[in-house]
Design a protein. Structure first.
Length: 410
């Protein structure tokens, strides 16, 4: 790993982070599987987080890496292609997300109807009126009846049929078929993600619409499993729902919630100390049960003896130093990214793009990138020698996960 030192005028400890903010960050990191026992399978990560932002293929895979142990990018491809246990599709907020196949149809019904008007408007701007869009959607469905096709393959067939694909037309036609439940992104064909018919790949959607209240309650419970503690506005922003629906969702499970003095809601604990979140994975199901289990963890946070270290200001296990990829879910689950990014937000969020960043003691401390087979880290503030070693170790794990060759030794 190559390193760039922090600027000399950046002083450690700046940023005005309160103990309360650190406590919330520690809880959320535990809910996000960034501390505590790591997941063993990609499906466990997707089950806990419910939806992982997926417009950047490598970023979605890296989100799984940092929350699991021993997996590789090829394992995610296998889950997408051979196991069919994961898919990518336009869901929350009209953004591509990686989700478990088992969760797809419910998320689709909850998060996509409100996107149809905007899709129609964008298609019209691309010169595709409603009748032409309907024809194109029918052609895409017919073409995919022959099997999975990449975006380029679909573009060629649509062009041969006289359908406009220039500009953003093809993207919004595929968006349309996704909103209609016709297509999802399923298997990998080489390095390209192929589109498939949702009903063929996942099975037909449930015949009957779920009870609206029960469906919203399911969403709230699953959201809190991976994002607790949070507010109704956090849920609304993450899912792309009207605030009234987010509030109803939380009311539906009100008996299973605790509201703290900080105004944030958490899933209530059972008598055994756990909080059943029903995330459908084989691991622990609560969003906060691992928060206070870091008293004996190693300082360097390498994961050899645990994943987290004790911060005396919070008496909670903050996540160990880790390298998070672009569009990491830690930056997309709540209204504010301030508690994590602090004064470094302008360096990490630029024009709607979210850069890869180094997380140290629950706060962004640098950015990083992959060039060729090397991981390069640029620190934005000083870190301890132990934390630097932990980041270097995590950089090696990034290289392992991506299948990059070890650097030559001189």
């Amino acid at each position: 790993m190559t390193n760039s030192a922090a600027p000399p005028d950046v002083a450690a400890g700046e940023g005005g982070v309160t103990p309360g903010q650190l406590r919330v960050t520690a809880e959320r990191a535990a809910a996000q599987l960034l501390s505590g026992p790591p997941a063993a399978r990609a499906e466990e990560v997707a089950g806990r987080l419910l939806a992982i932002q997926g417009q950047d293929p490598r970023g979605a895979r890296l989100a799984v890496r940092v929350r699991s142990q021993g997996l590789s990018a090829a394992d995610i491809d296998h889950a997408l292609t051979a196991d069919r246990t994961l898919v990518i599709s336009w869901l929350n907020r009209g953004t591509l997300h990686l989700v478990r196949s088992a969760d797809y149809w419910m998320l689709h019904r909850l998060t996509t109807p409100q996107l149809e008007t905007g899709c129609a408007r964008r298609l019209a701007q691309e010169g595709i009126p409603p009748a032409a869009a309907d024809r194109a959607a029918g052609l895409i469905e017919r073409f995919l009846g022959d099997g999975p096709l990449t975006r380029a393959q679909l573009a060629g067939r649509l062009q041969s049929a006289g359908v406009r694909t220039e500009g953003q037309a093809l993207v919004f036609l595929l968006f349309l078929t996704s909103l209609r439940g016709i297509t999802v992104r399923g298997p990998m064909i080489g390095k390209q993600h192929a589109h498939v018919l949702a009903r063929d790949w996942l099975g037909a959607p449930p015949a009957a619409d779920p009870d609206p209240g029960a469906a919203l309650g399911w969403l709230a419970r699953r959201y809190l499993a991976g994002h607790s503690p949070a507010t109704d506005r956090d849920l609304a922003k993450w899912a792309g729902l009207p605030l009234r629906d987010a509030r109803r969702a939380l009311r539906e499970i009100g008996g299973d919630l605790d509201e703290g003095e900080d105004g944030l809601v958490r899933l209530a604990r059972r008598a055994d100390g756990t909080a059943g979140a029903g995330d459908g994975t084989s691991g622990a199901e609560d969003g906060t049960a691992r928060v206070a289990d870091g008293a004996s963890r190693t300082e360097d946070g390498t994961g050899r003896s645990g994943r987290g270290h004790q911060d005396p200001r919070t008496e909670l296990a903050l996540p160990p130093p880790r390298l998070l990829g672009v569009f990491d879910p830690l930056l997309h689950g709540w209204q504010s990214r301030g508690p994590v990014l602090g004064r470094h937000e302008p360096e990490i969020v630029r024009g709607g793009m979210f850069r890869s960043f180094a997380l140290v003691a629950g706060r962004a401390a640098g950015t990083w990138s992959v060039t060729g087979d090397q991981v390069s880290l640029t620190l934005l503030e000083p870190v301890s020698a132990a934390h630097r070693r932990a980041l270097e170790a995590d950089a090696e794990d990034v290289r392992r996960f991506l299948g990059l060759a070890r650097p030559g030794r001189t």
